[in-house]
Ligand binder design. Structure first.
Ligand SMILES: Nc1nc2c(ncn2[C@@H]2O[C@H](COP(=O)(O)OP(=O)(O)OP(=O)(O)O)[C@@H](O)[C@H]2O)c(=O)[nH]1
Length: 306
């Protein structure tokens, strides 16, 4: 079964995410693809949902942020979208204050991680806001940087309001934070759609088996077929590099019956007994993932050779 592509649209408040989404939806329509949009607003009312036409599935999550307060609701919503429709692509428009890695984390539920393909994080940057970022609080300045740092495509928008000398300076500053992203300067988020989609297509050609190999934040989904030894697993967890941000999944252990849900964030693991009978998918999220090595190590743990 073809996996559903997932793009995360990140970017600060008012930077041009919705303007970009409109263009993306037009492009998908012209290419006859089946699309769903998940829109997240912190407030209680939806402001931008009118940009989504009736032939596109729309799921609105209001009054919270998918990366934190309403993560569970987001997971349920994605699950039902995937259950009910045969989708080519899902665009997730985040709130302006969402952390892109946390959003990606929220997408990668072990319940359906094997059915989606994370294609990338597209961050829109308000050029003027960036230049005047000193006016923002320190936490917001840090968030702005995080949104830039984790992007696969950086859309530097509102360049109509920039002076030419400012554009060069901005370009250097963004490069210093993220030199690997494809950076595109735009007004009204007017990008060539090929520039957005080609980065993942190019990677598909170069890495036929693992098409998202070069994304900055990568995900790896492993499926265990048998119970594993807890000590071996814990030993493996302890030696992981800190570029692995997050792991979660369902595990069976040799010393006990039943399924356990496993959560790992910032170096701390947590095990909980799971009541449902779920597949043993195990999701890893991080940077510079050596997927073959991870697979080999997890296979060895399952064989009892970890
Ligand atoms: N001058 C100028 N205005 C722009 C440009 N791009 C978008 N805008 C305007 O900026 C405002 C915000 O754009 P949106 O696309 O709604 O931004 P957003 O990131 O979705 O905003 P939030 O939903 O608040 O996070 C709108 O009024 C746009 O018309 C641009 O390149 N130049």
């Amino acid at each position: 079964m073809e996996r559903t592509e997932v793009y995360v649209l990140s970017g600060f408040l008012g930077s041009g995410k919705t303007t970009l989404l409109k263009r993306l939806l037009q492009y998908e329509k012209e290419h006859g693809r089946k699309v769903a949009v998940v829109m997240n607003e912190i407030g209680q009312v939806s402001i931008d949902s009118h940009v989504v036409s009736e032939d596109t599935m729309l799921s609105e999550l209001l009054s919270g942020c998918v990366c934190c307060t309403i993560q569970d609701q987001f997971e349920v919503e994605l699950y039902s979208l995937l259950q009910q429709h045969r989708l080519d692509v899902i665009y997730i428009e985040t709130t302006g204050v969402a952390h892109p890695v946390e959003v990606l984390d929220a997408c990668m539920s072990p319940l359906f991680a094997d059915r989606i393909q994370t294609k990338g994080i597209i961050t829109t940057v308000d050029a003027i806001r960036w230049i005047n970022r000193d006016q923002l609080s320190i936490p917001l300045q840090m968030l702005l940087k995080e949104q830039i740092r984790h992007a696969d495509v950086l859309i530097v928008n509102k360049t109509d309001e920039l002076r030419p000398d400012e554009q060069a300076k901005l370009s250097f500053e963004l490069q210093a934070i993220n030199s690997e992203a494809r950076t595109i300067f735009t007004t009204f988020s007017n990008v060539r759609m090929d520039d957005i989609h080609s980065f993942s297509r190019r990677m598909q050609n170069e890495h036929k088996q693992v098409s998202i190999e070069r994304l900055r934040i990568q995900t790896y989904v492993h499926t265990f077929t048998k119970p594993i030894d807890l000590d071996m697993f814990e030993q493996w967890v302890r030696q992981l590099p800190d570029t692995i941000y997050r792991m979660k999944g369902f595990l069976r252990f040799t010393h006990t019956s039943g399924i356990y849900s496993f959560q790992y964030a910032y170096g701390t693991p947590l095990y909980m007994k799971e009541e449902m009978n779920v597949p043993l998918h195990f999701v890893i999220i991080g940077e510079q993932l050596d997927k073959q090595k991870l697979k080999h190590e997890l296979d060895n743990i399952q064989k009892g050779e970890g």
